[in-house]
Design a protein around this ligand. Structure first.
Ligand SMILES: Cc1cc2nc3c(=O)[nH]c(=O)nc-3n(C[C@H](O)[C@H](O)[C@H](O)COP(=O)(O)OP(=O)(O)OC[C@H]3O[C@@H](n4cnc5c(N)ncnc54)[C@H](O)[C@@H]3O)c2cc1C
Length: 395
C-alpha cells in the first residue's frame, strides 16, 4: 500500500490523522454520501512518502503503557451540580478541572452554534459546560491534533478526551510519549453521521416550528440518570424526549446508524488506548446497590501509571468504591466486542438526501414506536421508582 488512497473506506474512522500528518498537505477531507468524513488524496500534490499509511492507526497498532493490573472503580463527583450536568458520574469534569487549575488545556467534544459536534480546546472552567455530556454523533477532530502537539511542545499540561479511535489518531499523530499529556477514552457504542443528526434537528425544527438552540442527549432534570434528551427551542419552549420514543435516539441505541468501522471496532475490548477510560456504570444497582445514585455513577478504568497519578491527585473530589472489570463488562458489551451490525444498516443511509426525515426513518431504519415504550413513558418517574422498590422488596 502506498498511501491512504488504498485504505478500505469501511476501515477508516475519519480521525483526520493522515490529513494532519501529510507534509505536503495532499490529503483533503471530504464527506461521503452517508455524511461521514474521510480522506481523499490529491494525486498532484502527493509525493508518495507513505507517512499517512505508515502512521494510520487503523493500519498500525498504537502502543499504550498499560499497567500490569488495571484498576477499576465505581465513582461519582462529590460536586452534585457537576454530577447532574454530566452523563454518568461527572468524573470527566473532575479531571478537566484539575488540568485547568494547572493552567493546562482540555480537549473534548462540544456542539457549535449549528449543533455540529466538534473537538475543541478550552482553557477555563467557565467553558467546561461545553464539553460536558455525551453527544451521540461523530465529532470532527478538526485540527486539534496539530494544536495539541503545539501545546505539548510548549510544555502545557494537556487533557485530550474522545472516542478511542480519536485517541488512537492523536497518539499516532504525536508518535511519542509526552509526560504532560493525559488521555481519556470513552467506552463507545458507535457513532452516527453528522448528516443524519443534522437531518433529525431539521425535522424537529419543522415539527415544532422553531429553531433548536440546544440539544442534550443525557439530561437528568426530569428522570435522573438515564436516556432522556432535552431540546430547547428558539421560541422558549423546551421538550424532554424519552430515548425509546425518539427515532434518532432509539435507532442509535439499536446500533442501526453507526459508521461502518464501528461494527468492527479495534478498541471494543479492555486493552484500552487511553490513560483513563470512562463509562456509565449501568450495572451498579445490581453489583453495589449501596453505591447506586439517581444522578449517575461512572465506571473509571485506570489503564496506565499516568492515569493513576492524576486519579490520585483528584481523589479527594471523588466518592468511589473499588470494583472490577468483569462487573463493569456485564452491562457494557463494548468492553468485549463491537456493536452488532443489523441488516437494517445495509439500507440505513440510502437516499438520505432525498427523503423527508420521517419517511427516511420509517423506510430505511424501519423504526416505529412500540406500544410498551409509550405506556412506560406515561408513568411518572417517581411512580416507576416506587413500583420498582415494591417489586424489589416483595418476596
Ligand atoms: C458516542 C458515545 C458513545 C458512548 N457509548 C457508551 C457505552 O456504550 N457505554 C458506556 O458505558 N458509556 C458510553 N459512552 C460514555 C458515557 O456516555 C459518558 O461519556 C462517560 O460515562 C463519561 O461521563 P461523565 O459523567 O464522566 O462526563 P461527561 O461530562 O458526560 O463526559 C463528557 C465527555 O465525553 C466527551 N464526548 C462527548 N461526546 C463526544 C463525542 N461525540 N465524541 C467524542 N467525545 C465525546 C467529552 O469530550 C467529554 O470528555 C459513550 C459516549 C459517547 C460520546
Amino acid at each position: 500500500m502506498e498511501n491512504v488512497r488504498e485504505l478500505d473506506k469501511n476501515n477508516c474512522t475519519g480521525c483526520r490523522m493522515c490529513e494532519q500528518i501529510c507534509p505536503v498537505k495532499a490529503i483533503e477531507i471530504v464527506e461521503n454520501e452517508e455524511g461521514f468524513i474521510e480522506p481523499k488524496v490529491n494525486e498532484e500534490k502527493c509525493i508518495n512518502c507513505g507517512l499517512c499509511f505508515k502512521r494510520c492507526p487503523q493500519l498500525n497498532d498504537i502502543k499504550n503503557n498499560r499497567i500490569d493490573e488495571i484498576k477499576v472503580y465505581a465513582a461519582k463527583n462529590k460536586n452534585i451540580e457537576e454530577q447532574k450536568q454530566s452523563s454518568s458520574g461527572g468524573i470527566f469534569s473532575i479531571l478537566a478541572n484539575y488540568v485547568l487549575e494547572n493552567k493546562g488545556k482540555v480537549y473534548g467534544c462540544a456542539f457549535n452554534s449549528n449543533l455540529v459536534a466538534e473537538q475543541i480546546a478550552i482553557k477555563s472552567k467557565e467553558e467546561l459546560y461545553k464539553l460536558r455530556g455525551s453527544k451521540y454523533v461523530q465529532s470532527n477532530t478538526q485540527n486539534t491534533f496539530t494544536e495539541a502537539k503545539k501545546d505539548l511542545d510548549n510544555d502545557k499540561l494537556v487533557l485530550y478526551s474522545g472516542t478511542p479511535c480519536q485517541i488512537a489518531g492523536l497518539k499516532a499523530f504525536l508518535n511519542k510519549d509526552y509526560e504532560n499529556l493525559v488521555t481519556i477514552d470513552l467506552v463507545c457504542h458507535g457513532v452516527p453521521s453528522p448528516k443524519l443528526f443534522k437531518k433529525y434537528i431539521e425535522y424537529l425544527e419543522e415539527r415544532y416550528k422553531s429553531r433548536v438552540v440546544s440539544y442534550e442527549f443525557r439530561n437528568k432534570e426530569k428522570n435522573g440518570w438515564g436516556l432522556t434528551s432535552k431540546v430547547v427551542f428558539d421560541n422558549g419552549k423546551t421538550k424532554y424526549i424519552n430515548a425509546n420514543l425518539d427515532s434518532y435516539y432509539k435507532t442509535f441505541l439499536k446500533s442501526y446508524t453507526y459508521r461502518e468501522v464501528c461494527y468492527n471496532c479495534k478498541y471494543a475490548n479492555t486493552n484500552r488506548i487511553a490513560d483513563i477510560t470512562l463509562a456509565d456504570y449501568w450495572g451498579i444497582k445490581k453489583k453495589i446497590p449501596n453505591f447506586y445514585d439517581e444522578q449517575g455513577v461512572s465506571a473509571i478504568i485506570i489503564n496506565t501509571e499516568k492515569g493513576n497519578k492524576i486519579f490520585n491527585k483528584v481523589i479527594k473530589n471523588i466518592s468511589y468504591i473499588k470494583s472490577d472489570i468483569s462487573s463493569v463488562k456485564e452491562e457494557n458489551h463494548n468492553l468485549e466486542y463491537s456493536s452488532k451490525r443489523d441488516k437494517i444498516r445495509e439500507k440505513a443511509y440510502i437516499d438520505i438526501d432525498n427523503k423527508k426525515f420521517k419517511k427516511y426513518v420509517k423506510e430505511n431504519l424501519k423504526y416505529k414506536k412500540e406500544f410498551k415504550d409509550m405506556v412506560k413513558s406515561m408513568i411518572p418517574f417517581k411512580i416507576k421508582k416506587y413500583i420498582k422498590g415494591v417489586l424489589r422488596n416483595s418476596v
